[in-house]
Design a protein around this ligand. Structure first.
Ligand SMILES: NC(=O)c1ccc[n+]([C@@H]2O[C@H](COP(=O)([O-])OP(=O)(O)OC[C@H]3O[C@@H](n4cnc5c(N)ncnc54)[C@H](OP(=O)(O)O)[C@@H]3O)[C@@H](O)[C@H]2O)c1
Length: 300
């Protein structure tokens, strides 16, 4: 999909954990960014989105705005749909008016997790809950617009959370024993790494045809493995933790309103081929970097 080398970018959801890292990166790279958080641009408001696009005249709109409360979505379908599907529809409408490309972030939760080998972009989506359903609706609406890139990602965490890493750090400070599920497998992904991939895509690096792409950090883990690594890596900054034991439990031992895919590892061959300059670190390397940043020891 042809894009300009120094694109003007309109970014939505710039206060979220991914949006804030992407905003910082794009600004550091000297790209022209009009960044909007949920207070300055509500993606469910069609007119606001058009007005913002007409004012900014972007080459690319990057959508990091989303309703991301997976469990609450089971009770708030209308709200989740308004943001994750209606919001995308409004962005497409605005993009058409200024002939901008749209880069949109989606999720591993569009899959049912029944596979045992990494999910391909062509695999059938079959979400298990309302959040995944509404994200899939958003993908489908965007696919009708020719100038789109959809990047599905998984298990996101960043210094500006809230997220799983920060929750585990808080629990480890408070509890002697943590029980964490070990029968859900995925790939943790640092928001800064994903932001780098999105920036490359926005700059038109490589040859990226319109379509769906999968991106996560390298490697796989269960939530239990991830927790063990989080506590081990954070010990040097925040230890000793009250937590002395981390026990693996089955999903059934930690019931949640929304069902989650048991296996959501995604194959990244397509994005690697489209963006040859993309370097994807192992999740543990990125976890270490994120924790250093979180505890103010970046470069440690
Ligand atoms: N978190 C994960 O583990 C994960 C995994 C896979 C994919 N994803 C996808 O990755 C993307 C980024 O997720 P994230 O973790 O950065 O989410 P996040 O931290 O919840 O950020 C989402 C942002 O969207 C904003 N927002 C909500 N409703 C809006 C609206 N109507 N108009 C404009 N902005 C609105 C929120 O605003 P407020 O700050 O006001 O709440 C928030 O800042 C999303 O598309 C998500 O579906 C996330």
């Amino acid at each position: 999909m042809p894009m300009t080398q120094n694109p003007k970018i309109l970014l939505t959801g710039s206060r979220g954990q991914l949006g804030s890292d992407l905003k910082g990166l794009l600004e550091a790279e000297g790209l022209g960014v009009s960044a909007f958080d949920s207070r300055s641009l509500d993606v469910t408001d069609k007119k606001q989105v058009v007005d913002a696009a007409l004012k900014a005249r972007p080459d690319v709109i990057i959508n990091c705005a989303a309703y991301t409360k997976v469990d609450l979505a089971e009770k708030e379908r209308e709200r989740a749909e308004a943001v994750n599907a209606g919001g995308v529809e409004n962005i497409v409408n605005a993009a058409e008016k200024v002939n901008a490309a749209v880069i949109h972030v989606s999720t591993d939760f569009v899959f049912d997790g029944l596979k045992s080998t990494p999910y391909l972009e062509t695999d059938r989506a079959n979400p298990l809950g309302v959040y995944g359903e509404t994200k899939l609706q958003g993908e489908e609406l965007l696919r009708r617009y020719p100038r789109h890139i959809i990047v599905r990602t998984s298990w996101l965490y960043g210094a500006s959370g809230p997220n799983f890493v920060k929750t585990m750090l808080r629990l480890a400070a408070d509890k002697a024993v943590l029980r964490v599920v070990y029968d859900q497998t995925g790939s943790p992904t640092w928001t800064k790494d994903l932001a780098g991939a999105l920036a490359l895509a926005a700059k038109g690096a490589g040859n990226m045809p319109a379509g769906v792409y999968h991106y996560s950090n390298e490697g796989v883990a269960s939530w239990y493995d991830f927790t063990v690594a989080i506590i081990e890596e954070a010990e040097r900054y925040a230890g000793p933790f009250k937590c002395k034991e981390i026990l693996p439990i089955l999903t059934g031992g930690y019931p949640t309103p929304a069902k989650r895919p048991a296996y959501s590892v995604m194959c990244k061959d397509k994005i690697k081929k489209a963006l040859p300059d993309l370097k994807i670190p192992h999740w543990r390397v990125s976890l270490r970097k994120m924790l250093a940043e979180l505890y103010g020891k970046a470069g440690a």
